[in-house]
Design a protein around this ligand. Structure first.
Ligand SMILES: Nc1nc2c(c(=O)[nH]1)N[C@H]1C(S)=C(S)[C@@H](COP(=O)(O)OP(=O)(O)OC[C@H]3O[C@@H](n4cnc5c(=O)[nH]c(N)nc54)[C@H](O)[C@@H]3O)O[C@H]1N2
Ligand SMILES: Nc1nc2c(c(=O)[nH]1)N[C@H]1C(S)=C(S)[C@@H](COP(=O)(O)OP(=O)(O)OC[C@H]3O[C@@H](n4cnc5c(=O)[nH]c(N)nc54)[C@H](O)[C@@H]3O)O[C@H]1N2
Ligand SMILES: [Mo]
Length: 771
């Protein structure tokens, strides 16, 4: 590793926005056909005990997802409403907990030793493993090393900077999805009182397309099902999701659903281990037995082939309805509860079935099998994640899913409905309590009434427009409440230059990440408490509240001693920020609000519908459900009914040497946090710079196993390169390739995104593979 001397100026420094291009020693085995089992347990214990030791590790794990414990920071899958197992966590939840509970520290000594330039040359794995940030740090303009700074000085610097901007719209306030409701509500209150709606969040890159598609069609941008619906569903369709890795607790729900007779249809370019077969790692009988087969019908769709596939399925359903009138579709529901059916039907008739099927790369027989199942069943749940939401036509994907459910009357009743499976553990809650670049008029009115200020009306920047604004010098201040903006966003090199244009970048973080190293002229790192840690304020110990994928709001209470006495809780941090910006005599009593989080919850109750008796109801075991019209069949749309929509097929005209690339997660990462270098279920070990390719495509292109290639994308005449990737033959449809996020983000053009939701096209990037 190269060490730079303290005298070098910013201009001479070479900061690395991308992980190093070196290889780590690839090993390959056959992909697995089963998830869970003993290996899941040994893997989780290895991670936890490795980071924190056996005694602390066991104590911490026993608190995950219990009624009086902390919410697992691993994902947003719901917990059982009533009975909970002693261990309600999974392998990857354990890794998330270990990552936060680590005994390694990033402190003044660490930053004295390592310059920013040196750190930026480390891999994301090495950066993450350096430990928890223990004290506030400042990187002065032109300096090569971060140095310690007092909290008072840090807030003063930020407050002054904010007060100097020509307009509040020159500041950007990003949020990642771990922040609890209390901090998120205070944060948006501070930002709006300051005068801007520039509140981009990780959701912009994640389920924004689900929100857009669902609001328009069924009147609420969230899923409609409860966990219990899975146990009475007849068919569960899982599209564009890899729960074995990203939502492992979902597998035990699917296992129970299967025991109750449900059938599972999986739609994915890859046969992901977790969806083939599952052994419950915490059920001894399961561990020694053969495991449960989960997927009954696997449709190995081409990347972005979902709209043609859904259209083909719906055409085939219509044919069956014609043969057996009244037996296939829910005509009653269509007539009474939907709008736009005739137009939808007229459009569907224009498509040729065989042509649609060719565009999916799935055989007609396989689709027929799935359609026959859907034809005879009525309680259908469709689950999806990033495989549907990160395309140019992502919103169409979601609307087409809704079309299918509407034909079957499979929404607004028990055992049926929509299930966009959320990523970050409180990403749904953050949006509910106001983190959004679009201020809803009703909410704006409430803010005005309760807090006596005029909130800004104009639409703020989302992730894509924020990058653009920084690049154009229109935004000069970037603040992040969690997350890792440079590694999570598309177009790594472009975004890096955009961030580096800022006068100041500030990160509230638990752990060191690349965004601290690709910084504005002045940079600050503000360390905060994690989920697992005790939060004490003036009135005593506090808990925070979060919302899961099914709209349940519940408590999360950390139990561990904080890793340093210099950490602030996120709500406290926002209060200090507000005081530093507005002065001590602000009309909002920030100190009072954070002295007891009940006070913040009272304000949420006053300004946001659905939170009546918030403080009382959230103290009940398991919390409470937020209202959800679609769940009850009450569709709050422009027509007052559920809307059918008309969606075009995507048109990727790939040349002979072009492929459609999806960027996916390995089994050993949490977004940009790299736990390890293995992708165990896919049989890829000790290497992240890989490209998964169809074997026939490899032959055609003259490529062999482990050939080193450069991946190239070319949008609007601009060549983007990702170098030193190793070719791995994999069972993936022809003309599709897979790479890992964030290594391949450099190829994704920031200015190509989904219509309406503006989500970057992380799952369908046109690339060439050059040897
Ligand atoms: N352990 C762990 N847990 C996590 C995360 C993590 O990184 N690690 N991240 C969290 C977050 S923020 C999120 S959003 C979720 C992400 O959860 P997922 O969405 O499951 O994550 P991805 O790895 O992006 O996987 C997408 C899946 O979609 C498939 N796919 C890709 N393109 C297409 C397509 O065009 N059509 C179809 N039908 N399928 C496609 C891929 O093969 C893959 O199986 O997980 C959350 N939970
Ligand atoms: N190419 C490609 N790009 C993608 C995706 C993809 O599939 N492909 N997925 C997208 C998706 S779905 C998402 S959600 C985004 C994720 O984008 P982000 O949410 O921005 O990224 P994370 O990697 O989850 O953020 C990790 C950092 O959060 C901080 N952190 C962890 N816990 C806490 C906490 O409790 N409080 C605070 N303040 N900080 C904390 C740590 O410092 C850690 O380094 O990435 C997106 N980017
Ligand atoms: Mo996400």
């Amino acid at each position: 590793m190269k060490i730079v001397s303290g005298e070098q100026t910013m201009a001479e420094l070479k900061l690395h926005a991308q992980p190093p291009e070196e290889h780590t020693g690839i090993r390959l085995t056959k992909p697995k056909k089963m998830a869970g089992g003993l290996e899941a347990i040994t893997s989780s214990l290895k991670h936890v005990f490795g980071e924190v030791g056996v005694v602390q590790g066991t104590k911490t794990l026993l608190k995950v997802n219990q009624f009086h414990g902390f919410d697992c920071p691993g994902c947003a899958w719901p917990d059982p409403d009533n009975d909970r197992a002693i261990v309600e966590f999974c392998e990857n939840g354990a890794k998330a907990v270990a990552e936060e509970a680590t005994t390694a520290r990033v402190d003044a000594e660490f930053f004295r030793k390592h310059s920013v330039e040196e750190l930026s040359s480390w891999s994301d794995y090495e950066i993450g493993k350096s430990g928890r940030i223990a004290e506030p740090m400042l990187l002065r303009a032109g300096a090569s090393h971060y140095e310690p700074v007092s909290w008072g000085e840090a807030f003063k610097l930020i407050g002054n900077q904010l007060n100097q901007l020509a307009s509040p719209d020159e500041a950007i306030f990003y949020t990642s999805g771990r922040t609890g409701n209390e901090a998120a509500f205070l944060y948006q209150l501070f930002v709006r009182k300051y005068g801007t709606n520039n509140l981009p969040d990780c959701s912009n890159m994640c389920h924004e397309s689900s929100g857009s598609g669902l609001s328009e069609t069924v009147g609420i941008g969230k899923g409609s099902v409860k966990l219990d619906d899975f146990y009475v569903a007849e068919v569960i369709v899982i599209m564009g999701q890899n729960p074995g890795t990203n939502h492992p607790r979902m597998l035990s729900a699917l296992q129970k659903a299967k025991e109750n007779g449900a059938k599972i249809i999986t739609i994915n370019p890859l046969s992901e281990a977790g969806l083939v077969k599952f052994k419950h790692p915490q059920n001894p009988l399961d561990v020694i037995g053969g495991g449960t087969v989960l997927t009954d019908i696997f449709l190995q769709v081409r990347v972005n082939g979902d709209v043609p596939l859904l259209k083909a399925m719906m055409k085939m359903l219509m044919e069956k309805e014609n043969d057996r009138p009244g037996e296939v579709l829910d005509n009653e529901f269509i007539k009474n509860s939907t709008s736009g059916y005739d137009d939808f039907l007229a459009d569907l008739e224009k498509y040729d079935l065989d042509e649609l099927i060719t565009q999916t790369s799935v055989s007609k027989e396989k689709i027929e099998e799935a359609v026959e199942l859907l034809a005879i069943k009525n309680k259908i749940i469709v689950c999806w994640a990033m495989g549907l939401t990160q395309h140019k036509n992502a919103v169409d994907n979601i609307r087409e899913v809704v079309n299918l459910l509407l034909l079957k009357g499979s929404i607004g009743k028990c055992g049926a409905g929509t299930c966009p499976v959320r990523g970050h553990s409180n990403v749904q809650g953050d949006r509910t309590v106001g983190i959004w670049e679009k201020l809803k008029p009703e909410f704006g009115q409430k803010l005005k009434e309760v807090f006596k200020f005029d909130p800004p009306q104009n639409e703020g920047y989302d992730v894509v427009t924020a990058i653009k604004a920084m690049a154009e010098g229109k935004a000069k201040f970037f603040f992040a409440m969690g997350g890792n903006f440079i590694s999570a966003t598309p177009d790594t090199e472009f975004t890096a230059r955009a961030l580096q244009q800022c006068d100041m970048t500030v990160h509230v973080s638990t752990k060191l990440n690349r965004s601290h190293l690709i910084h504005g002229k002045t940079a600050l790192i503000l360390p905060c408490l994690g989920r697992t840690e005790v939060d004490v304020q003036q009135s005593g110990k506090q808990f925070v509240t979060v919302e899961n994928s099914t709209g349940v709001v519940h408590q999360s209470r950390g139990g561990k001693k904080p890793v340093s006495d210099q950490l602030l809780s996120e709500p406290k941090l926002v209060a200090e920020l507000a005081k530093a910006t507005f002065g001590e005599n602000d009309t909002i009593e920030w100190d009072y609000l954070v002295s007891n989080y009940d006070h913040i919850r009272d304000l949420i109750e006053k300004t946001i519908p659905g939170f009546d008796s918030y403080n009382e109801r959230v103290r009940r075991p398991g919390g409470f459900y937020l209202p959800n019209g679609a769940r009850e069949g009450d569709f709050k749309t422009s027509t007052g009914k559920a809307n059918f929509t008309i969606n075009k097929n995507p048109d990727h005209l790939l040349k002979d040497d072009e492929y459609l690339m999806m960027t996916i997660r390995t089994h050993d990462q949490y977004n940009t946090t790299i736990y390890g270098l293995n992708d165990r279920y896919r049989g890829i070990y000790n290497e992240r710079r890989v490209v998964l390719m169809n074997e026939t495509d490899m032959q055609t292109a003259g490529l062999k196993l482990k050939d080193e290639v450069t991946l190239v994308s070319n949008y609007d005449g601009e060549r983007r390169e990702a170098r030193s990737f190793l070719v791995v033959p994999y069972d993936i449809p022809s003309k599709c390739i897979g790479t890992y996020f964030p290594e391949a983000n450099v190829l994704i053009p920031y200015n190509h995104y989904a219509h309406t939701s503006r989500t970057p096209i992380s799952k369908s990037v046109v690339v060439k593979v050059e040897k």
